[in-house]
Design a binder for this molecule. Sequence first.
Ligand code: NI
Length: 271
Amino acid sequence: MEQAKKLFDAIWQDYIKQNPEVKIIYDLFVNQGETVVNDHIAFRTFNDSRVHIDVLAKVFLEVGYEYRGDYYFKEKHLYAKHYEFKAFKNAPRVFISQLILEEMSASLRAIVKENIDRIPEASYMSEGFVYSGNSWGKPSYEVYEKLRKESEYAAWVYVYGFRANHFTVSINTLKKLRSIQEVNKFLKENGLLLNTVGGEIKGTPTDLLEQSSTKASIRTIDFVEGSYQIPSSYYEFARRYLTSNGDLYGGFIAQSADKIFESTNFYKKEE
Ligand code: NI
């Protein structure tokens, strides 16, 4: 468990360094007297055998996680697996998705392969791979734009590499803000933008899982062609309900997650 905590701390430090806005949101909750418990943490990758889901999952399995389920996102050409740590109640679930390269164009596949070829083997074999970021060098804005036309997901991984795509606040463990509606209202009152694709709230109590997320904050990235502002990562909020046998539902709803992926879609900050 100590090992798992150390791992999550390293992932969290990288995530808030990349996304100062997340730390501001986290502090908003803490200043309300809340203890923030993570429902899940998500990662993105490609199904190239050197860096696919099982490679990223390795470090979590080593600290005690177990595989719990998988999901397909046909339209986005994604496949995902989720893992849980049963012995440690407050451990976040881990959700890892990958782009199915066989379903993409030859030019996208060539770009991805060329970049993965540049990752030193020692990097994807290492424990810190899940928060190693982009180790293929400075991205090109032209390539980013090209990838984005085919897959926003691929463009995101091309720029940011391997690191937390989002952490998720468990609404179940909050003391004051008891519903997802209250959480969303609180976020908006504090000037935050929510992802509204498919509605602010994805899922219903009948689905046993309700989720919402901020729109990824805008960051200035140093590309080969110069500096450009593009979306980074986001923060998610989840409320889970009890199943008919009295356990808290632990899975994911593919239809909701499909829309949450769009939290990192390109958008321009309003001046
Ligand atoms: Ni999520």
